[in-house]
Write a protein that binds this ligand. Sequence first.
Ligand code: ADP
Ligand code: MG
Length: 399
Amino acid sequence: MAGYHTFTTDDAMRFADEHSGLFGDHSKLSCEEFGDGNLNLVFRVENDKGTSLIVKQALPYARCVGESWPLTIERARIEAEVLIAHRKLCQQHTVEVLHYDPVQAAILMEDLKDYRILRAELVAGRQYPHLAPQLATYLANTLYYTSDFALTGPNKKQQVGRFLNPELCLITEDLFFTDPYCNHERNNINGEIRNDAQQLWHDEALQAEVAQLKADFLSKPQALLHGDMHSGSIFVNDDNCKVIDAEFGFYGPIGFDVGSLLGNLLLNYLGHFGLTADNTKREQQQSYLLNQIDMLWQQFAQQFKQLLSNECREPALQNSLYQQRFMQQILADSLGYAGCELIRRTVGLAQVADFTQITDTSTRAHSERKALQLGRELIMQRHELSSINQLLTLLRYLK
Ligand code: ADP
Ligand code: MG
């Protein structure tokens, strides 16, 4: 078999045609590369009847930086296998993978052309009432059924081994938990909040809590995470939402996926102070987001608890006091990781449109300061906040 090579549009077209019966006459196919992601090539292959599929290929380096940042193409296997595993557990809300080729590190998947990327929708101030309930279902099912509550010990350990993903985890370990808390050259700081950012570098109490969250990320293989649950990994339309882009997947703390998503909803909430000038519109959008945050946690917790009490296969873990403590710990972890997400998206390498689209730097600084303040509070107080309501209260009293 020929070795790996970077796909041209012709290669992507042939690949899609070879591995799907959807297309018919090959000569009627067309293809464009249109990925706007940071790491990979994304092609759309289409026939003259409008049937289309997506080909995503991992490059041996990070697309946004170039060949100076080499990156394993194994990430395509992780992405394909996580998406296939998650789709078995939550078909409705996981993109469908049709074929994965380990030599070309290429994935053929359904084209979500009737959907839009959630981040852009939220930045534009659009509201989807079904978002939180559907994502709560995705999280509860994918996380519960890959945990020790559902799998036998030996099977779980085999799964942990299959999804180690050291190179991509290292990116998260650095960008999430290390860079924002020191003067790192990868950081990207709005000059107007430089003093606020510097405080992070000298805040030992905060750094101790972030160390704990990082240690848990490194050593708490609770469930098969998506690993990159931000609003750029979620497609949404008027009826449904679907999760894509699981190349950061690994066995880690459940609260990391839940918290990443909460953090992104909070970033959008804070972004609207600068994105939406009209007071009424802004308040409507922010109250929608608060409601979604509340619903996301409530419905996730409710479904996860129900699975715990109805389906737990391990006798010792059926203890109801233990299960209550477990849920409390997931909440604390989720709040902590949400806090880390707020901070790293504000001062770290990978920034988000929720803030970068605020063109005036002082207006943007206003949202950014709130993100740093809220992020710190969430990390520091995560064990005291015993309900999601207390997070909402904290948000209302931000200076
Ligand atoms: P990366 O891993 O490089 O960040 P993503 O998986 O986030 O790549 O995809 C980059 C972009 O490609 C997405 O923002 C979206 O516009 C498009 N895309 C990816 N997967 C699909 C899909 N299944 N259907 C339609 N568009 C997609
Ligand atoms: Mg990606």
